[in-house]
Design a protein around this ligand. Structure first.
Ligand code: FAD
Length: 387
C-alpha cells in the first residue's frame, strides 16, 4: 500500500487540477492521479482556448458560480504571474427572437450585467468583418473573452505542486473501494489510501463512478484554425470573441463561434473557429484524431457563410471531447455510496469557464462536507425517477 492522503483526486484535468490546487492551498495532503501526462492533447481542454462569458441564460444559478470563477481567475493569474485570461468582449449575433440574443438580454437584466445592444447598422459599422443575413442583430458583452485552457491546467497543476500536492501522471486508476475508515484507489501497480475521494475523470467518468442512473454520452468535436489573407483585422485588440446563433437561417443549427488571432503560442496559431452542436456519441477511446473532409467543411462553413473575409488556408484542426449529461447541465454531487466521495462530470461542452470555481467547490465538499455556492441545481437527484 502506498502512502495515506487526506484527499485523492482522480483526473487532474480541467476540474481536477483546480481541485488539487484549492486543496493544497488549504494545507491538505493531496494526491492527484491522472492516466495521461498533464497537460495532454487527449482531454476535454485540448485546443488552447475556451470562451468565458457572464451573461449565462442556461440556468440562473450559473451566474453566481461564474462571478466566483472570474474572481478566482484573477487570483490564480496574480499568484502564478501568468496571463491566463484575455478579456476581448464577446459579440453575440442572431435573430432578435433567437436564443442567443434573448438569452443575453434576459441574463443581463436578471443579474444586472452590462452589455450593449447592436442594431444591424451598428454591427456593420463596428464589425465590418462579418457578412450577416438580413434581420440579424448583435449584443456585445464587455466582460467576456477567452481562457488559455491548456496553460491553465498546467498552471493549476504546478501551483498545486508548489503548495505540496503530489501529482502522479500516466497512472490510470482502475477502480476504488471504501469502508468506514478509508478509501482505497487501485492503479495497475499501486494501491493508495485516503480519507476523501474526488472523481473528476471527464470523458472517462462513467465506468469509474458505478452509478447506473448516471448517463453520460461522449462526443467527438473539432476546432480549427485558419490563416486569413488579411490577418490584421482579426487580431486580438481589434476583433472580439464572437458567436452566431444561426437558428432561422437556412436550416443551420447549433452555435458557430470563434476567437481573435493572438500573439502567443498558448493561444494557438491563426484564427480559431468551431461549431457548438451535438456530435456523435462514442467511447472516448474510439475517438479518432484523424481529420476528415467533413471536419474541414465544419470549419470552413461558418466562415464562408458569415466571415468570408477570413477564409484562408486551414492551418490546424484539433479533436476534442464533450461529456454530455442528458439535460446539458453539469453534475456535481456526493456519491450515494459514501459521504467521503464527491464527483463532478457531464460538463456538456461548456464547463471550462467554471473550472476555477468548481475546483474550489470540490475542495469544500471534500473538506467541509458543504459549500457556500448554490449547486443544488447540479445534483444527481434530478435524474432519479423516484424523487
Ligand atoms: C471542442 C470543445 C470546445 C469547448 N469550448 C468551451 C468553451 O468555449 N467554454 C467552456 O467553458 N467550455 C468549453 N468546452 C468544455 C470544457 O472544455 C469541458 O467542459 C471541460 O474541459 C471538462 O473538464 P473535465 O475536468 O470534466 O474533463 P477533463 O479536462 O478531460 O479532465 C479529465 C481528466 O481525467 C483523467 N482521467 C480519465 N480517466 C482516468 C483514470 N481512469 N485515471 C486517472 N485519470 C483519469 C484524464 O486524463 C483527464 O486529465 C469545450 C470542450 C470541447 C471539447
Amino acid at each position: 500500500m502506498g502512502e495515506h492522503y487526506d484527499v485523492i483526486v482522480i483526473g487532474v484535468g480541467s476540474m481536477g487540477a483546480s481541485a488539487c490546487y484549492h486543496l493544497a492551498k488549504r494545507g491538505t495532503k493531496v494526491l492527484g492521479l491522472d492516466s495521461q501526462p498533464v497537460p495532454n492533447t487527449n482531454s476535454s481542454y485540448n485546443g488552447n482556448t475556451r470562451v468565458i462569458r457572464l451573461t449565462y441564460q442556461e440556468h440562473p444559478d450559473y451566474v453566481p458560480l461564474l462571478k466566483d470563477a472570474y474572481r478566482l481567475w484573477e487570483e490564480i493569474e496574480q499568484e502564478s504571474k501568468e496571463k491566463l485570461f484575455h478579456k476581448t468582449g464577446v459579440l453575440y449575433m442572431g435573430f432578435p427572437d433567437g436564443d442567443a440574443i434573448t438569452g443575453v438580454k434576459l441574463a443581463s437584466k436578471k443579474h444586472n450585467l452590462s452589455y450593449s445592444n447592436l442594431m444591424r447598422s451598428d454591427l456593420t459599422k463596428q464589425f465590418p468583418q462579418f457578412t450577416l443575413p438580413e434581420g440579424m442583430v448583435g449584443a456585445l458583452e464587455p466582460n467576456g473573452g477567452y481562457l488559455l485552457s491548456e496553460k491553465i491546467v498546467k498552471t493549476y497543476k504546478e501551483q498545486a505542486q508548489l503548495k505540496g500536492a503530489h501529482i502522479i501522471t500516466e497512472q490510470p486508476v482502475l477502480d476504488w473501494s471504501h469502508d468506514n475508515n478509508n478509501i482505497t484507489v487501485f492503479t495497475k501497480s499501486e494501491k493508495y489510501s485516503a480519507d476523501q475521494l474526488i472523481i473528476s475523470a471527464g470523458p472517462w467518468s462513467e465506468p469509474l463512478l458505478h452509478l447506473p442512473k448516471l448517463k453520460l454520452s461522449v462526443t467527438r468535436q473539432v476546432l480549427g484554425w485558419v490563416q486569413p489573407s488579411q490577418p490584421k483585422q482579426f487580431r486580438r485588440g481589434d476583433f472580439p470573441v464572437w458567436n452566431i446563433d444561426p437558428n432561422g437561417d437556412d436550416n443551420l443549427h447549433g452555435i458557430y463561434y470563434g476567437f481573435p488571432i493572438g500573439n502567443t503560442t498558448s493561444e494557438g496559431n491563426g484564427l480559431k473557429v468551431a461549431w457548438h452542436h451535438p456530435g456523435n456519441p462514442m467511447h472516448p477511446d474510439n475517438i479518432t484524431q484523424e481529420i476528415s473532409a467533413n471536419d474541414e467543411e465544419e470549419i470552413l462553413l461558418p466562415l464562408r457563410r458569415y466571415l468570408p473575409s477570413a477564409l484562408g488556408t486551414i492551418k490546424d484542426i484539433k479533436v476534442c471531447k464533450y461529456t454530455n449529461s442528458t439535460d446539458g447541465h453539469f453534475i456535481i454531487d456526493r456519491h450515494p455510496d459514501s459521504n467521503r466521495i464527491h464527483f463532478a462530470c457531464g460538463f456538456s461542452g461548456h464547463g471550462f469557464k467554471f473550472s476555477s470555481s468548481i475546483g474550489k467547490i470540490l475542495s469544500e465538499l471534500a473538506l467541509d462536507k458543504k459549500t457556500p455556492s448554490s449547486i443544488g441545481f447540479l445534483s444527481m437527484d434530478r435524474f432519479t425517477t423516484d424523487k
